[in-house]
Design a binder for this molecule. Structure first.
Ligand code: FE2
Length: 296
């Protein structure tokens, strides 16, 4: 089924000591998902106390660590419990770095890590009492593009592990290939107004000026999420990642929706395009081909 994102299983059962794998690299760089059903992230008995949704701050879906910034954010935990959360998130980051560095050494991923998170809440948990806006609703198919954080074409690589203590899968939908989605929605996008990128940067809305690429990616994110017919009828498939499964993809390229699940670890990297082997398949080059313009 070429019209839906491929899911390719890899029989990896350890985080350390992997060999470079050009086949798996081609899978993710061309918009597929690599899933490792036997690659669990083991938690100790002490760490089982972390299976508690109330660990997450009411306003956040994740407890997270950013490289270069002290401490953890997004949690209600204090004292020794907070230390335990911080230590396990750090251990997950090191495991993910070992895995990606082994499989794809050219990425130099550890140097490009941008954050590690633990998500103790169930998807759809609205205990915070706030209705989620459609734009933030990740049960709708989307590519990742962040309003405040322009990438200028750098890639968003993510590693996820379902650590649910019983049998609950992390259930995703994946959609059509990036180029098909982009071709469908590009006619409905608009150019950035003159001076708009500069102004948003000056007002600290963005961390650096938004490029034409970022402006298009955000619109593709919003147009897809905001189109109920597309969400229902576009080419898609459901995939259940069972507890003990780790999966890897470029989330700026894979149309994905997280439908249900609880207790997830996640590691994000932002890779310069120069680190990518198949640059032609990247969202930046795809959009440049489709629009006939230089975008970043
Ligand atoms: Fe996402």
């Amino acid at each position: 089924m070429d019209d839906v994102t491929p899911i390719v299983a890899a029989p990896l059962d350890g985080w350390e000591g992997r060999s470079p794998d050009a086949t798996l690299r081609a899978v993710i760089e061309r918009g597929g998902v690599v899933t490792c059903p036997s690659l669990a992230f083991a938690l100790s008995d002490d760490e089982h106390a972390l299976f508690d949704a109330s660990l997450a701050d009411d306003r956040r879906k994740s407890i997270y660590v950013r490289p270069g910034r002290a401490g953890i954010s997004g949690t209600t935990a204090t004292g020794a419990r907070r230390d335990t959360v911080a230590a396990v998130i750090d251990r997950y980051a090191r495991s993910a770095h070992a895995l990606i560095d082994g499989l794809f050494p050219a990425y130099d991923a550890p140097a490009h890590a941008t954050g590690t998170s633990f998500r103790p809440r169930a998807i759809g948990d609205v205990s915070s009492g706030r209705a989620l806006s459609w734009r933030k609703d990740d049960t709708r198919l989307h590519i990742d593009a962040f309003p405040s954080n322009p990438t200028h074409g750098e890639r968003i690589l993510r590693v996820f592990t379902n650590v649910h203590p019983t049998t609950m899968p992390r259930s995703w939908r994946v959609g059509e290939p990036f180029a098909a989605m982009a071709a469908r929605f590009l006619p409905r996008t608009r150019a950035l107004p003159p001076g708009g990128a500069w102004l948003m940067h000056r007002l600290n809305i963005t961390k650096r000026p938004r490029s034409a690429y970022d402006h298009l990616m955000l619109q593709l994110h919003d147009l897809a999420k905001g189109d109920p017919d597309y969400q229902r009828t576009c080419p898609q498939r459901e995939v259940d990642f069972l507890p003990g499964t780790t999966w890897i993809c470029f989330s700026d390229q894979v149309m994905h929706a997280a439908m249900s699940g609880q207790f997830l670890f996640e590691q994000t990297y932002r890779l310069p395009l120069a680190r990518i082997a198949d640059v032609d398949a990247s969202p930046l080059r795809t959009l440049e081909r489709l629009t006939g313009r230089v975008l970043a």
